[in-house]
Design a protein around this ligand. Structure first.
Ligand SMILES: NC(=O)c1ccc[n+]([C@@H]2O[C@H](COP(=O)([O-])OP(=O)(O)OC[C@H]3O[C@@H](n4cnc5c(N)ncnc54)[C@H](OP(=O)(O)O)[C@@H]3O)[C@@H](O)[C@H]2O)c1
Length: 242
């Protein structure tokens, strides 16, 4: 058996219509998984590129939105990828920019994990969760108060769930992507000074691609990672090594 294969497994990826989520969905498909692409908008473009995939609508601004999706069919892999960011100076940061980000990036992640965990444990099956965290799970960032708080929270609940579920057959891990060229980072790449400063600090000398994260997610969801629990895996071109 190829320990890196996802053949026979079903994966659900949130925010699978674009960016890192789309790349993860496609990579999991190439690794043999059946892929359920979840989005608040249509994931038809992603599904059209999969051999075995379908889409469901899932708007995670309701953090409990996924409560029933795992009871319909056995799902073995959950990727919590959907996320948003709001930028403002801390001194001006609004309550809505706090709540909107915390609801989608942290509260929805926890309750989606809970719904997945309940279904997997009820089936006495095994499963894998891959949460998409951030460098701002361990660094402070600037002008992104709720994003930093939410991503620190994602690292924390990843470890908590690993502690509770490692012995029960569920692997819970997170990826901390570095600076990846997606719509999430368009504003940074569009600012010549920030762009130069960021590139100057990345040992690999380039922005990351969504595919850099996707193959790591496949690994963490695969049997090859069965003894990895509670890890926060940096995929950042060496940023945190500086
Ligand atoms: N790009 C980076 O450098 C970077 C670095 C570290 C971490 N990350 C994390 O990686 C993840 C993916 O980000 P990305 O870079 O691929 O950004 P992106 O292109 O903006 O994608 C974000 C995804 O989340 C979805 N989403 C947002 N709000 C949602 C909601 N209420 N319900 C369901 N889905 C929702 C988006 O759907 P819509 O298309 O409908 O908006 C989109 O599919 C995020 O968690 C982000 O924090 C990114």
């Amino acid at each position: 058996m190829n320990p890196f294969s996802l053949a026979g497994r079903t994966a659900l990826v949130t925010g699978a219509n674009t960016g890192i989520g789309q790349a993860i969905a496609l990579a999991m498909g190439r690794a043999g998984a059946k892929v359920i692409c979840a989005g608040r908008r249509s994931c038809a473009d992603t599904v059209s590129q999969l051999t075995d995939g379908r889409e469901i609508m899932l708007d995670l601004s309701d953090p409990m939105a996924a409560r029933d999706v795992f009871s319909d069919e056995p799902i073995d892999i959950l990727v919590n990828n959907a996320g948003i960011i709001r930028r403002a100076d801390a001194i001006d940061f609004s309550e809505s920019d706090w709540d909107d980000v915390m609801d989608i990036n942290l509260k929805a992640v926890f309750f989606t994990c809970q719904a997945f965990g309940r279904a997997v444990l009820a089936r006495e099956a095994t499963g894998s969760i891959v949460n998409v965290a951030s460098l701002l799970s361990v660094q402070g960032g600037i002008r992104v108060a709720s994003y930093t708080a939410s991503k620190h929270g994602v690292a924390g609940i990843t470890r908590l769930l690993a502690n509770e579920w490692a012995a029960r057959g569920i692997n819970v891990n997170a990826i901390a992507p570095g600076y990846i060229a997606t719509s999430n980072t368009e504003a940074l790449r569009g600012d010549p000074d920030r762009n130069r400063a960021i590139l100057d600090r990345i040992p690999a000398g380039r922005w990351g691609e969504a595919s850099d994260i996707a193959e790591t997610a496949v690994f963490l969801a695969s049997p090859a990672a069965k003894y990895i629990h509670g890890a926060l895996l940096n995929v950042d071109g060496g940023w945190l090594a500086r």
